[in-house]
Write a protein that binds this ligand. Structure first.
Ligand SMILES: *Cc1c(COP(=O)(O)O)cnc(C)c1O
Length: 404
């Protein structure tokens, strides 16, 4: 197994990360962060930016003070453009337009609010879809007279392809399908290539939420119309930045909010200016966007190594904790994600465990009930950093095993 890892080859089935590979990758990642007093198992909520990312943001703020905000932004433009190209490639929309927004929620909300709807359009999404996306679509369904469709899922939360195939073959074909590549409360990967194939049979557009996959699970290039993401999770960028990659034809059709920088008032009506962004607002915290650009550059070529390493840690967590009485692993132990979820014995036990772990310097996560329609109770979520040592795993096992 060690050799497979050090080759940097495809997903291995090892239970533990091979020491040589893990050491090299983790050492680089850890060396970039001077303050790491705790073990973070909550990357799915918020990652830890590196010293270089923080320094780049500070430098930009100082430049804003010295030479002026707009001048500093002009100087940063080439780096931001490189970040857009990197994101487009990572998001599987290599020729798409990448625009920065405030976070993942607003990336999805603004995209859907600007969508070229027609009354009666059918929009399909799984039951497990992120609640904020569902809220936005519920509101739009009323306003635009859309018809929502719930995609069937199997017991693990994967879109049921046979049922989806029947939907596509029938009379109530959707014209838009929205799906999270990796849901925030299930450590599974949705079968995007198969979903995309069925979408193309239905002539439906596909929108992918990549907030929990980017930086961790490769987003395949499947012809999605748009992919949304967020900076602060597995990409370990700063908070306050989200982004969307939009394929060109859709980008032309998006009807984003009119602003001084994007629209002009003409006698025949408002018109979007040539090449103006569809969703991105020019007045923004540029330092944060630059922080994300720096995080992308820094991980750059290492990104697939880091991903392999956190995936291996995810498997170690599942194999290490899967048989503790009262805690039910919610996905298969070898799922290709590092987002590990457990049903807890009770909400009270879950809260107690989170506190006890924190007392031992381990920051675990939870997903509160209601985050999706298929989440009636809060769950434990462990989402690791690409670190070298796994000695904390024994402590987590102890705390879970003793909690009643
Ligand atoms: C975190 C998350 C979002 C929202 O992103 P924010 O940056 O928190 O607004 C959307 N979808 C999924 C699947 C997420 O995990």
């Amino acid at each position: 197994m060690a050799d497979r890892f050090s080759d940097g080859c495809e997903a291995p089935g090892a239970v533990h990360p091979a020491p040589r590979f893990a050491a090299a990758c983790a050492a680089e990642w850890e060396a970039g962060r001077s303050s790491r007093d705790n073990v973070s198992l909550d990357v799915a909520r918020c990652g830890r930016p590196s010293d270089r990312v923080i320094a780049a943001m500070q430098r930009h703020l100082v430049a804003e003070q010295h030479i002026g905000g707009y001048e500093a932004e002009a100087a940063a433009a080439p780096q931001l453009d490189r970040a857009r190209l990197m994101l487009a490639a990572m998001m599987g929309v290599p020729r798409g337009r990448v625009e920065f927004v405030a976070n993942g929620t607003s990336a999805m909300a603004q995209l859907l609010a600007s969508w070229p709807w027609r009354p009666g359009m059918r929009v399909a999404l799984p039951r497990s879809e992120f609640a904020s996306t569902r809220l936005v679509l519920e509101r739009l369904a009323k306003r635009e007279r859309l018809r929502p469709i719930v995609l069937q899922e199997d017991s693990a939360g994967r879109v049921a392809l046979d049922a989806f195939g029947r939907l596509v073959a029938g009379d109530s074909r959707p014209s838009l399908v929205v799906v999270s590549h990796v849901p925030s409360h299930r450590g599974i990967v949705q079968p995007l290539p198969e979903i995309a194939e069925l979408c193309s049979q239905a002539e439906a557009r596909l929108v992918v939420d990549g907030c929990q996959s980017l930086g961790h699970v490769e987003v395949p290039c499947v012809g999605a119309a748009a992919v949304v993401g967020t900076s602060r999770k597995w990409l370990h960028g700063p908070r306050g930045v989200g982004f969307v990659a939009v394929e060109e034809t859709l980008w032309e059709q998006l009807d984003g909010p009119p602003t001084l920088q994007t629209h002009a008032s003409r006698p025949e009506g408002q018109a979007r200016l040539a090449n103006a962004p569809a969703l991105e607002l020019s007045e923004a915290a540029v330092a944060a966007r630059l922080g994300l650009a720096t995080a992308l550059e820094e991980t750059g070529e290492l990104v697939s190594d880091v991903a392999q390493h956190v995936l291996a840690i995810g498997r170690s967590i599942r194999h290490g904790l899967r048989e503790i009485p009262g805690w039910r692993l919610r996905e298969g132990p070898d799922e290709p994600t590092a987002l590990v979820t457990f049903d807890a014995p009770s909400d009270e036990t879950l809260s107690r465990v989170l506190v006890r772990l924190r007392e031992r310097g381990i920051h675990a996560g939870q997903v509160p009930a209601g985050r999706a329609l298929d989440l009636p109770r809060s769950i434990l979520r462990l989402a690791p950093e690409p670190v070298a040592r796994l000695d904390w795993l024994e402590t987590v096992r102890d705390v879970l095993a003793r909690a009643r």
